[in-house]
Design a protein around this ligand. Sequence first.
Ligand code: ZN
Length: 91
Amino acid sequence: MNELFPCPFCGNDQPYFERLGDHRQSSIVVCGNCGCRMEANETDIHNGDAWNRRMLLSESCELLHSCLEWDNGGERDYQKIIDFLNRIKTD
Ligand SMILES: [Zn+2]
């Protein structure tokens, strides 16, 4: 089971498992703030993987967008890029 990343839509940092997945049923993660909900076919240590991937996808899109803005004269936030890379780093 994973520690859940914040909600990709509203940033609520306390999403929770409504149900943990196992070989018979899917997992469900819910954001108590905006009400978004994600159901995935996950078991054991993989519970929460899909939710966390969704957050990383959202962040990488945002990051890419900020890099494109920089190329158009915006400001590049290096700390944001470093923080993101540290989060997705695997040992
Ligand atoms: Zn939310």
